[in-house]
Design a protein around this ligand. Structure first.
Ligand SMILES: Nc1ncnc2c1ncn2[C@@H]1O[C@H](COP(=O)(O)OP(=O)(O)OP(=O)(O)O)[C@@H](O)[C@H]1O
Length: 211
């Protein structure tokens, strides 16, 4: 469950960004809409604890993030949250499999190779397991990023513009994969986008306004 109340954030250089109050309940899927510059990425980074020093309240699974120490926050993020970033942030020196192993490693969890097999097969990537991530197409790389985000069965998945660089067919595949893997693990899913193609895919929507 995600809940924000009276939230605002100011980069050291820049105006304060204010966010509307909203709640996303456990297992719910939600689109975070808004024009470029409205603060979608900023909000996901606040919700994931990647940005701190906010004013107001950000609660994830009933924990006020500001109350966690840096170390507890890192662990909390690794164990509860899966991120699919705007650029996929795969480590180009590593294979697909090793990129996936980073998820449990960074969260301090045991590496479970059967879980890696399960997730790769579910996303149609079994044959790419040993490939270098530099040899993947855009759509495949985005699926590897999804695989890495869901590997630890996080209670929450944040996806930042997961489809905007994809063609219509891959856009459709990627959003349905995200929704399917979220549903399998009863994960809450929050997708930030200005991709109009997603508007009819998820009915719950929160709109950020540009200031
Ligand atoms: N590191 C930063 N330092 C200062 N200002 C920033 C920084 N990152 C973002 N901003 C500003 O904060 C505002 C919100 O940016 P943000 O990236 O969250 O928007 P967005 O809705 O995700 O945009 P886009 O859809 O283009 O990715 C913008 O005015 C941006 O210029």
């Amino acid at each position: 469950m995600i809940s924000i109340h009276d939230l605002s954030f100011q980069y050291s250089a820049g105006n304060s960004i204010r966010f509307p109050d909203f709640t996303v309940t456990k297992g719910e899927h939600c689109l975070l809409l808004g024009e470029s510059g409205s603060g979608k990425t900023t909000l996901l980074h606040l919700l994931g604890g990647l940005l701190r020093n906010y004013a107001g309240s950000v609660k994830v699974d009933n924990t006020e993030l500001a109350q966690l120490s840096e170390t507890s926050l890192d662990r909390f993020r690794g164990q509860h949250i899966g991120f699919v970033f705007q650029r996929n942030h795969l480590v180009s020196a590593l294979s697909v499999e090793k990129n996936l192993m980073l998820a449990p490693y960074l969260a301090g969890l045991k590496i479970n190779t059967e879980r890696i097999t399960e997730v790769l097969s579910g996303l149609g990537l079994a044959e790419k397991r040993k490939s270098s991530v530099t040899q993947l197409s855009h759509g495949q790389a985005q699926r590897v990023a999804i695989a890495r985000a869901v590997l630890n069965k996080p209670s929450i998945i944040f996806a930042d513009e997961p489809t905007s660089a994809l063609d219509d067919k891959n856009c459709d595949r990627v959003i349905h994969m995200l929704m399917d893997v979220a549903a399998q693990n009863q994960s809450t899913l929050l997708v930030a986008t200005h991709d109009q193609r997603l508007k009819d895919k998820i009915s719950k929507q929160v709109k950020l306004s540009s200031s």
